[in-house]
Design a protein around this ligand. Structure first.
Ligand code: AMP
Length: 429
């Protein structure tokens, strides 16, 4: 099925053609006609599925109806959890809307508020905002919500994770009661359902892919390594494999800074992005990474959330995330929009519980690797999808781990540089 059969206007079809999309993604097939009909929707979709176009295109069409925005008023509001996502959605709105005469802008914290106030003065058709800054703008009387026709909550689950629930409720109370609501979330937890129950009216429910689809389309493996050797192993892997564009996740901002420093000391260009960095520094880091000026981008989960870097070849989990679901978000940065990607996790023995949590979530035991020169003195205990908790209790010394063969049956193609070491069941590169 083509975009032209979805009921989109010639101006939007032209922008889509110029963007080079040949056919709609599944979420677009379902969402676009429904939104055009004025329906509320509730979509379970992650970044990478084409969700942004699925709400942006029909939203632009609905707003392109000759109605005029009043000064300081907005006609559609897109709420996003992070500045990066707000900027990206704004880019999409500008790209898809380039042949319609609607005004859009993004507002988020970390940058000066006055230019944002100035932009809002004449009114805006589509405002993309993070919740905190939106409330600041409202408090400064820079914005009036009485003309809002459409509300989009993008990555609603993440907004709740980030503690925006009170801000969101406050904003909802300021909006006109009659409006169209479009809600996107990677998962639908009880908390999300509770929130949606109060917002959505008879929504069309869309689930474009199973929860773990990203995990299945990406080549995943773990490297067993002692904690103290992780940085050295990462430098080694980047150099040895000639990786040119690597997104590395750390659990903390400090960890991101520390790792970046060490990589730089090793002669590998790297920049950290996290919430302590200014917006300007984050935007610069992201664009330098996209054009291959920086080899490694080190990010925390929150900073990386929603970053759209297409065809990213390598994602590395320097540490496993505390929340198993974040693993799926992280590896969703690679192998996107049909391109191949590889996700590697550096796992030390103390992370076995986190590993098991992830493997249970994705219903897959991850392929294990051990790199020559980095053989761990504390190996990661073997994991099983079925409960055998006693087997995960203790980290073992190398040399006694018969079960590893079962984990490694799943290894795919890695077999170069097989090391001749005693723990024969795990293949070493
Ligand atoms: P999103 O999930 O909205 O972040 O989109 C993921 C990526 O897919 C973005 O880089 C889009 O430009 C791209 N994309 C969205 N829709 C299509 C389409 N129908 N055909 C090809 N690429 C698309």
């Amino acid at each position: 099925m083509s975009f032209s059969s979805l009921g989109l206007s010639p101006s939007l079809l032209r922008a889509i053609e110029e963007k080079g999309y040949s056919k709609p993604y599944p979420i677009q097939l379902e969402a676009i006609p429904a939104v055009l009909l004025g329906k509320d929707i509730m979509a379970a979709a992650q970044t990478g599925t084409g969700k942004t176009a699925s709400f942006t295109l029909p939203l632009l069409q609905l707003l392109d109806n000759g109605k005029r925005r009043k000064p300081n008023h907005i006609r559609a509001l897109v709420l996003t959890p992070t500045r990066e996502l707000a900027a990206q959605v704004a880019d999409s709105v500008a790209t898809y809307g380039k042949h319609v005469s609607l005004k859009s802008t993004a507002v988020f914290g970390g940058v000066k508020i006055n230019p944002q106030i100035a932009k809002l003065r004449a009114g805006v058709d589509v405002l993309i905002a993070t919740p905190g800054r939106l409330i600041d703008l409202y408090n400064q009387k820079a914005i009036n919500f009485s003309q809002v026709e459409i509300l989009v909550l993008d990555e609603a689950d993440r907004m709740l994770d980030m503690g925006f629930i009170r801000d969101i409720k406050k904003i909802l109370a300021l909006l006109p009661k009659t409006r169209q609501n479009l809600m996107f979330s990677a998962t639908f937890s009880d908390e999300i359902r509770k929130l949606t129950a109060g917002i959505l009216k008879n929504p069309l429910q869309i689930e474009v892919s199973p929860r773990n689809a990203a995990a299945q389309s990406v080549k995943q493996s773990i490297y067993e390594v002692d904690k103290s050797k992780k940085t050295a192993l990462l430098s080694h892997l980047i150099r040895d494999n000639n990786w040119e564009q690597v997104l590395v996740f750390t659990r903390t901002k400090h960890g991101a800074n520390r790792l970046t420093k060490k990589l730089e000391q090793d002669g590998i260009s790297a920049v950290a992005i996290h919430s302590n960095k200014s917006q300007a520094a984050r935007t610069r880091a992201l664009s330098e990474f996209k054009i291959n000026k920086i080899r490694v981008l080190v990010a925390t989960d929150i900073a990386a959330r929603g970053i759209d870097i297409s065809e990213l070849p390598h994602v590395v989990n320097f540490e496993l995330p505390n929340v198993a679901g974040d693993y799926i978000h992280r590896i969703g940065r690679t192998g996107r929009a049909g391109s191949e990607g590889e996700a590697i996790s550096l796992v030390s023995a103390d992370e076995v519980k986190l590993l098991l949590g992830i493997e249970k979530l994705i219903q897959q035991i991850l392929v294990r690797e051990v790199e020559t020169g980095f053989i761990p003195s504390h190996s990661v205990p073997i994991t099983h999808l079925k409960d055998r908790s006693s087997q995960q209790k203790k980290a073992k010394k190398p040399g006694h781990d018969k079960h590893n063969i079962s984990a490694n049956k799943r290894r795919t193609k890695h077999s170069k540089k097989l090391a001749n070491v005693s723990r024969g069941q795990v293949k070493r590169k």
